[in-house]
Write a protein that binds this ligand. Structure first.
Ligand code: ZN
Length: 228
């Protein structure tokens, strides 16, 4: 739900949750998944904003009881904060899939579009999009879509770099962060669901077979591809 997703406990007036706050909560969620707890400096870097701006927003989120701040351990989301982060992630990933499958938007563009639309999606339209897609559990990049109740599968796949020559697997997910990376992977035919076989590892990258065709994946991209 947009803007007012947070229902305060005990019937007090629900504070307005802005799109910017949702982006902070999502970023904290992402970093927390990777490192346990989150330093403010790390969060500022992730969001590309000044440290002072981040500190002010973190204090606001702490007052709303959406994050907890531990002096030596850094930030973590409270259950209420995590709920909003997961709802925003659900919006984002449903929108990406809808844009890709129903509107033909390229895989390199869906992330940027969904970043904007995720904050303004009503519950009703969210339900309709999910139903139109057959209540999917995976977005077009291969990331899990949280359930309407906020449950999410914890999926961690090894990167392509973990495979030895001769080994093969199916692309489970590709990182959704950089459109240029996604375009290069799409040009190479490397998308979720595609089977790969590692032919050789070279300093320039990984030589892989994709649909019967040998291609070289540049070294920087090998760690952006996750295999099942
Ligand atoms: Zn995305």
């Amino acid at each position: 739900m947009c803007g007012v997703a947070y229902k305060g406990a005990g019937g007090e007036r629900a504070p307005l949750i802005t799109g910017v706050m949702e982006d902070y909560l999502k970023a904290i969620y992402r970093l927390q998944q990777a490192h346990g707890s989150v330093a403010t400096s790390e969060l500022a870097k992730e969001l590309g904003v000044a440290a002072a701006t981040t500190t002010a927003m973190v204090q606001r989120l702490a007052r709303l009881k959406l994050v907890s701040y531990h002096r030596y351990r850094g930030l973590t989301l409270t259950p209420a904060g995590e709920r909003i982060a997961l709802e925003t992630i659900r919006h984002h990933r449903l929108l990406e899939l809808y844009l890709a499958q129903h509107l033909g938007v390229g895989l390199d563009k869906v992330h940027g579009e969904a970043e904007k639309m995720e904050h303004v999606l009503s519950d009703d339209v969210e339900h309709r999009i999910a139903a139109a897609l057959g209540n999917p559990t995976t977005d077009p990049h291969g990331d899990p879509i949280p359930s309407p109740e906020g449950a999410i599968r914890d999926v961690r796949y090894p990167a392509l770099t973990a495979l030895s020559p001769g080994e093969s697997g199916v692309v489970a997910r590709v990182s959704d962060r950089d459109p240029a990376t996604l375009r290069r992977l799409a040009d190479l035919g490397i998308l979720p669901g595609v089977r790969l076989k590692v032919l050789a590892r070279r300093s320039s990258g990984c030589r892989v077979e994709v649909q019967g065709r040998p291609v070289t994946v540049p070294r920087t991209l090998c760690s952006e591809i996750y295999i099942q």
